[in-house]
Ligand binder design. Structure first.
Ligand SMILES: Cc1cc2nc3c(=O)[nH]c(=O)nc-3n(C[C@H](O)[C@H](O)[C@H](O)COP(=O)(O)OP(=O)(O)OC[C@H]3O[C@@H](n4cnc5c(N)ncnc54)[C@H](O)[C@@H]3O)c2cc1C
Length: 388
């Protein structure tokens, strides 16, 4: 390829959203560069819902991406609203089972699929300094392993995740809705020859909720979700984290079979809901968490990133063909997904009524009352708003 020739589109961010956008654009015959900085929060174990296969199929990537390296997930168990465990078995799901992903592998496989579809892929490469010129072109600086150069393009896709690095530089405002944070630890494989546990478990406690699942490596992920400003978020040592894990009955049954490897570190990741006030502007479009980031309780983050990424790629292609309504249609799709998510999330949180006076739950219950959960403005960083 001639490096001086402008790209039609540069996609910043090689997670699910960026890869889906690059796949859609490359398959439409566009000249596209996908650059991934590999600088996001560490990816641990995440689940992909069964319908994810349909989107990956549409993008021609299902076999390459889901063929190897991930564990099937056959059921979601939850202890929510009572101490009993409720199971949702995917035997009733028309799309079949879900997956417990090796997230790093999943992203790598998606980037490979984008490359195979014709996209140029630059890994370990950050997109910096976007400048929009009067001729309607962008110039962007690429900084990475052996790839320091300036490139030009007509469109930029912001798929940089929660930081929405390009959109916020272009004046879009990021609004966050809560202060949810994840604290997580990966436990060593269980001793012996335990059969793979093909289910995930969610369990609530008085200050938040827990998630556990076996990873494809047979390690076990244990994650606790609470608000960053609450005392429960001050779980700073492995020992305290494990004590609290073992105090939750259904979680303890699973975690006891594993132990933290000596080198394991407790990690944190922002997990709050957020959205941009505009998802496209002059020559840019945002997709995935950059456009709309979901509470992991919904398990809709990856599928929404794939959906918005694919839709953003298609909207750019359609717009380049002269259809001026494509971007408005894209906004409508993102808004519809966001509205459905907000409704679903409120419904699920409202089902846990055991601790109405604990701050974590009081905030969620208050949010079910209209006008009580106004979004906070969060310039540029995507981090939770400061404490009141
Ligand atoms: C603790 C936790 C648990 C979760 N569990 C689940 C789950 O079980 N199921 C689920 O569906 N969702 C889950 N999610 C949500 C899911 O992780 C996200 O919704 C999904 O990763 C969003 O994909 P994305 O492509 O928009 O962004 P990301 O996956 O964040 O990818 C963004 C990429 O952009 C790159 N980047 C950033 N800046 C630049 C730049 N300037 N130039 C180039 N590249 C850049 C980063 O390196 C990164 O690779 C969870 C989230 C959290 C925090």
């Amino acid at each position: 390829m001639n490096p001086a020739r402008p790209y039609d589109v540069v996609v910043a961010g090689g997670g699910p959203a960026g890869c889906a956008a690059a796949l859609a654009l490359a398959r439409a015959g566009r000249r596209v560069l996908l650059a991934d900085a590999d600088n996001g929060p560490p990816k641990v174990g995440e689940a992909l819902v069964a319908a994810g296969r349909v989107l990956l199929d549409d993008l021609g990537a299902a076999d390459r991406v889901l063929g190897t390296g991930h564990l099937p997930c056959y059921a979601n168990l939850s202890s929510w609203g009572s101490s009993a465990v409720h199971a949702v078995d995917f035997i009733n799901d028309p799309h079949g089972h879900g997956w417990h992903l090796d997230r790093r592998l999943f992203d790598r496989q998606l980037r490979e699929a984008a490359r195979a579809a014709g996209a140029e892929v630059a890994e370990h490469t950050a997109v910096r300094r976007p400048v929009r010129h009067r001729n309607g072109r962008w110039s962007l600086t690429l900084r990475g392993r052996g790839d320091d150069r300036t490139v030009h393009c007509e469109w930029v896709v912001d798929a940089t995740g929660r930081r929405a690095a390009i959109a916020t530089r272009c004046g879009a405002r990021r609004k966050t809705h809560d202060r949810l944070t994840a604290i997580h630890l990966t436990l060593a494989p269980a001793a012996g020859t335990e059969a793979a546990d093909g289910s995930s478990l969610v369990a609530s406690d008085e200050d938040g909720w827990w998630y556990t699942a076996l990873l494809p490596s047979r390690r076990r992920l244990v994650a606790y979700f609470t608000d960053a400003d609450l005392p429960a978020a001050a779980l700073t040592t492995q020992t305290r984290f494990m004590q609290r894990t073992l105090a939750v009955r259904h979680l303890a049954q699973r975690a006891r079979r594993h132990s933290p490897p000596p080198e394991a570190t407790l990690r944190r990741a922002p997990a709050h809901s957020a959205h941009l006030d505009q998802v496209y502007g002059d020559g840019w479009i945002a997709a995935g968490d950059a456009a709309v980031a979901f509470d992991p309780l919904s398990a809709q983050g990856i599928i929404t990133a794939l959906y918005t990424g694919k839709s953003a790629g298609q909207a750019i292609d359609t717009q380049l063909r002269g259809d001026e309504t494509a971007l408005m249609d894209y906004t409508a799709k993102v808004r519809a997904a966001h509205t459905a998510y907000r409704h679903g999330l409120r419904t699920v949180y409202a089902q846990e009524t055991r601790w109405p006076h604990r701050p974590f739950w009081a905030r969620r219950l208050a949010a079910t009352t209209p006008h009580r959960m106004e979004p906070h403005h969060d310039p540029a960083t995507g981090s939770p708003p400061p404490r009141a």
